[in-house]
Design a protein around this ligand. Structure first.
Ligand SMILES: Nc1ccn([C@@H]2O[C@H](COP(=O)(O)OP(=O)(O)OP(=O)(O)O)[C@@H](O)[C@H]2O)c(=O)n1
Ligand SMILES: C[C@](O)(CO)[C@H](O)COP(=O)(O)O
Length: 399
């Protein structure tokens, strides 16, 4: 397949009357949060063959187009289109005529789902033909109907194909055909029809039923739902949980904070090792799962947790996420104490927590503050930590 010297002409000059019209044509409406024309442009600009793209826009649409167009040096300055699709295509072809490409793909701005494989099939077809039409078999039973609404017959569908775009052509051949068609005053709804009329053999390439043209408001709404659902599936069921813990200082000379042991003028009064950061994180993860709290799973009354290292609790919470097919997106802790100073231990804490949870350290944040000598923290009587955990569960995860 030869892919060099292929330009794409995207026609976006229509008013979208069948979709409801208005000042905001359908190619500028959003599906899945992105303007239709932007999706279409991205399809072609991201194609590996690095094609040049020319867009034909409606008179008065320049501001709308410039607002949504990507910045890419392969995107040529737009051309203003005509009163119908055929005229818009011809205006685009004429713009390219001074420095013509070898091959041209002509595509509707309102077909945002053309795949790379489909584009490849059309380009490959041009190695053996001057005109290539992607098309799919018609699956509906087709009826002809008279003006009174009576069925006059059933149309055999075996030889019928529904035409799609991008349609591919040798540039010189389709420009000539369009010029002849314009001179003759005939009108056609696609460029393959212009080629057929001009006597150019049109070869069919396998189309894609997903490569729909957004013609009606219902089709736009369905495409929007499709992309929203895909995005939601990719993102998963995102949940956020928060946690809080407090412990008093007491006799001793070390404190466990954030999974590491730090020398201090006091110890921590606690049933376990009293690591407020790991306890807050454990509760944040359990909170995101709506799975009780640390005390439910590790009751202080149970002697087996006496002096336990708190990484056991945190790992347990992480395993509850993994057991539901989920993953932790990030953990964020704030430690509030007058002393010891946290900043010098921050990286060691991040590394340790990341290791306990099986995360990369860039998903773990440790912050610290004092309470400005106010309250029990300010008097150095205790230490607290708050935490937030964001997790992603698959949809339809077991409750
Ligand atoms: N004067 C025109 C008319 C159509 N098109 C483009 O041709 C493609 C064909 O799709 P179609 O659904 O026919 O678009 P509209 O003409 O906008 O729709 P309608 O007929 O409902 O007004 C669209 O990308 C449309 O923007 C164009 O560039 N210039
Ligand atoms: C070019 C086209 O998309 C091929 O299916 C189609 O013909 C364009 O517009 P239509 O007026 O909705 O047929």
């Amino acid at each position: 397949m030869t892919t060099g010297d292929t330009t794409v002409l995207i026609v976006a000059g229509g008013r979208g009357v069948r979709a409801g019209g208005g000042d905001y044509p359908k190619q500028y409406r959003q599906i899945g949060g992105i303007p239709v024309i932007r999706l279409t442009l991205d399809r072609f600009l991201s194609h590996p063959s690095r094609m040049t793209v020319l867009v034909v826009i409606g008179a008065g649409d320049a501001e709308m187009f410039d607002a949504v167009a990507p910045s890419d040096d392969r995107l040529l300055p737009w051309v203003i289109g005509g009163d119908n699709r055929q005229d818009s295509v011809r205006r685009g072809l004429l713009r390219l005529a001074d420095d013509p490409p070898e091959r041209i793909l002509i595509h509707d701005a309102v077909r945002p789902f053309a795949s790379n494989a489909l584009i490849d099939r059309v380009i490959a077809g041009l190695d053996h033909a001057d005109a290539v039409l992607p098309a799919s078999p018609v699956t509906a039973t087709l009826k002809s109907v008279d003006d009174s609404g009576l069925v006059t017959g059933t149309v055999p569908r075996e030889r019928l194909r529904a035409a799609e775009t991008p349609q591919g052509f040798r540039f010189d051949a389709i420009l000539k055909a369009h010029n002849l068609a314009a001179d003759s005053g005939l009108s056609f709804t696609d460029d393959a029809a212009v080629a057929e009329w001009a006597g150019i053999p049109v070869r069919v390439a396998e189309g894609e039923t997903g490569n729909i043209k957004l013609t009606t408001a219902d089709e736009i709404a369905a495409a929007d739902h499709r992309l929203q659902a895909e995005a939601a599936l990719a993102l998963g069921d995102v949940r956020v949980g928060t946690g809080y813990d407090v412990h008093a200082f007491g006799p001793g000379d070390t404190v466990a904070i954030g999974g590491i042991v730090i020398p201090h003028s006091h110890g921590i009064v606690a049933h376990s090792d009293g690591d407020v950061a790991l306890h807050a994180l454990t509760d944040a993860i359990l909170g995101a799962l709506a799975d009780g709290d640390i005390g439910d799973h590790f009751p202080p009354s149970d002697p087996q947790w006496r002096h336990a290292s708190s990484d056991i609790f945190l790992r347990f919470a992480v395993e509850r996420v993994v057991a539901r097919g989920g993953a932790i997106a990030n953990l964020d802790v704030t430690i509030i104490t007058e002393a010891p100073r946290i900043s010098t231990h921050r990286e060691a804490m991040r590394t340790r927590i990341a290791a306990i949870c099986g995360l990369s350290t860039d998903r773990v944040a440790i912050k610290a503050t004092t309470s400005e000598r106010l309250g029990f923290i300010g008097r150095g009587e205790g230490i607290t930590a708050t935490a937030t955990a964001t997790i992603r569960l698959p949809f339809r995860a077991a409750p």
